[in-house]
Design a protein around this ligand. Sequence first.
Ligand SMILES: [Zn+2]
Length: 356
Amino acid sequence: MGATTPGFVCAHHHLYSTLARGMPSPPQTPHSFLSVLQQVWWRLDAALDLDMIYWSAKLGAAEALMSGTTCIIDHHESPNAIEGSLDVIRQACEEVGIRVNVSYGVTDRWQDDGTLLDRVAPSSAMTKGARLGLEENRRALLSGATAMVGVHAAFTVCDETLQAASALAKEFGVGVHIHVAEGPDDADAAIRLRDLAQDNWLIIHGVHLREPLPGVLVHNARSNMNNSVGYAQPQKSAMPVALGTDGIGADMPEEARVAFARLREDELTAPADVIDHWFDQSRALFPESRGDSVTWNYDNADSVWHLMYTPGTRPISVVVGGRTVLDEGVPTLVDIVDVRRQAAHHARRLHERLAS
Ligand SMILES: [Zn+2]
């Protein structure tokens, strides 16, 4: 056993949510999964500008690095700042020294007349917002960035948009990164996805998924608990399983401890090796992580049974692509104090917008 591990992978993140902490209370208290989206996330993403996205991503990337996470698969939405948003996220992560796979979450929920729909009819026409989102995905893919094609969720896109996203992903040989059956409102998603999904798709949440789909199921234990959507029972899924955070940081050992506690609550005999397998599936999505090196303040960091019952483990140094990007627990390429100060400034701007 030893203190060194490969880099950890967050297989589903929303780096734009880093500045959401401490945000003003929503106008109405959410009482369901859908109202959490309406009252919190769809208000937040509509308020983002490119400066906020940059500093949110930069702080999120720095905190990921300080947690031993060297690779993030990000899913982004900012309906009033679509163009250039993926470049900004890439730039922030590169400056910190971690790897990112970007995608823009296409949606038709914002109609061309500015109205917001909870659910989009499959027979509707593609909206301007969805077209811009697809263009942003295409721009990232054309630039040679590590990227996928993002879709918000089946219930907020029409068939035309879903098929266009699937075709774009095929054109570039990548998968689609999509939320599926997170809440009961999206339980029928598989009916529309089963003929489109491929093995390289990322199927996020799948809590209410009634049948396995091609692709990797990404489990976000803490987010699912936070949103009261139920337990996905990923250990029983026929799909390969990876671990994400759904935007609640990118501390993967910490996320895994929550996932393990939830797993054991459901199944007393479940071994921690299940978590190790999920770590491995996550690394398979971002194979460069295996060449990254994290040295921890804990001698048994490479033993999952030790890691699951040892809170507070921290990296001392991290090497990504041969470069030391964290030393003595502190990022080497950016000034973390300055990043926190700038992020706090833009968080205040964001919160003021949400309060008005
Ligand atoms: Zn998500």
